[in-house]
Design a protein around this ligand. Structure first.
Ligand SMILES: [Zn+2]
Length: 375
């Protein structure tokens, strides 16, 4: 008995809606996963993250293995208990962040050795050690250890990297073993090349996973190139398993990805931009630091029910941002996560109701209007 499942309940074109069931709770799809890099979604209490409608969080293996350490998290009852989020958590494999953050990397068939960006200490990540670290963290959805070149990269480099990742996918599968209640996702690579993506999908299908990620996108290729890949990549993956687009994205990236058959996404954007004075609304992005807000008694978005919009004016949000007050990041992050989850609920409802095209049209029309005019 696997104790996990994925049930599709509705489709509209290539878009799908359904539920991933795990012993720690259900994940409604399409799902957006807020990022809790270091066992916290910055500036938010876990219960507030839940109140925005999030069913699952993402944790970063690279950060957590270095600090506080996976063994320590295991001794303290696992990541869910440690951070007071007793719901599903997905952890990445650490591979992507080793490439982007660590110093002095050395890549071999065995894995990657690197120096910590925190204290310079030497570490090794391999498919086997990544599976062990994610097991110690207590992750509900575990990602295969993979390697991915930054784009643009030449075809030969992408091909070699993809084939290495597929050998690592088999090693990840073998090391993961049989763990009822936990899911292991494979990661498709192959850059922007349809045939390489196809080869990668075939390799993953023959190994067999509980879900499949489209990896190697959102690494600088741009939205148009990403959508071109998403026109074929989800269709190369099994129909009856969740499809996860890693590291995406802006609201319009999300709508376009869901339209093309993606079920799960994650991105630091709503939380990170909340700390830099940027608010995402149905009418696009609002820069709260702009002087036009300093006398504006209106909320960010009068239709939003989040605490930032319900109880505070643009003038106040502007003031606390300019004054460097912590409540600025707290309120804007809450608003942004609330907006993202409301967008996901809208997408799920539209797919279930067969009205995706109308939803998409309205989404773009509202954004085209731009922010409300200044007073
Ligand atoms: Zn709001």
């Amino acid at each position: 008995m696997s104790q996990t499942s994925f049930t599709l309940s509705g489709r509209d074109g290539a878009a799908r809606t359904g539920v991933i069931s795990t012993p720690r709770g259900e994940i409604r799809t399409p799902a957006f996963m807020p990022v809790g890099t270091a066992a916290t979604v910055k500036a938010m209490l876990p219960e507030s993250v839940r109140a925005t409608g999030a069913d699952i969080l993402l944790g970063n293996t690279y950060h957590l293995m270095l600090r506080p350490g996976a063994e320590r998290v295991a001794r303290l009852g696992g990541l869910q208990k440690f951070m007071n989020w007793e719901r599903p958590i997905l952890t990445d494999s650490g591979g992507f962040q080793v490439m982007s953050l660590a110093g002095l990397r050395k890549l071999t068939e065995e894995g990657v050795t690197f120096k910590s960006h925190i204290d310079g200490s030497k570490h090794m990540l391999s498919p086997e050690s990544s599976m062990e670290i994610q097991r110690l963290l207590g992750s509900d959805i575990v990602m295969c250890f993979d390697e991915c070149p930054a784009l643009p990269a030449d075809r030969k480099r992408i091909e070699e990297s993809m084939r290495l990742s597929m050998r690592w996918a088999q090693r990840s599968r073998d090391a993961f073993g049989d763990r009822p209640g936990h899911m292991l996702f494979g990661i498709q690579q192959g850059g922007l090349e349809e045939d390489l993506r196809g080869e990668s999908a075939e390799a993953l299908r023959s190994i067999g996973f509980d879900g499949y990620a489209v990896g190697g996108l959102a690494v600088g290729e741009g939205q148009e190139a990403m959508f071109k890949v998403l026109d074929f990549a989800p269709g190369q993956l099994p129909e009856d398993k969740p499809r996860y687009l890693m590291g995406v994205g802006k609201p319009d990236d999300i709508v376009g990805a869901v339209k093309r058959g993606i079920d799960m996404m994650d991105c630091v954007l709503p939380s990170r931009s909340g700390r830099t004075g940027q608010a995402w609304t149905r009418r696009g992005m609002v820069n709260i630091k702009n002087a036009r807000h300093q006398d504006d008694p209106r909320p960010l978005d009068e239709h939003c029910s989040c605490p930032a919009c319900r109880s505070y004016s643009r003038a106040y949000l502007h003031h606390v941002y300019r004054a460097g007050e912590m409540i600025s990041g707290m309120l804007l992050t809450w608003h942004n996560l609330h907006y993202y989850q409301e967008l996901m609920q809208g997408l799920r409802d539209a797919i279930a109701g067969g009205t995706f095209a109308a939803f998409e049209e309205e989404f773009h029309a509202q954004r085209a209007e731009g922010d409300i005019p200044p007073l």
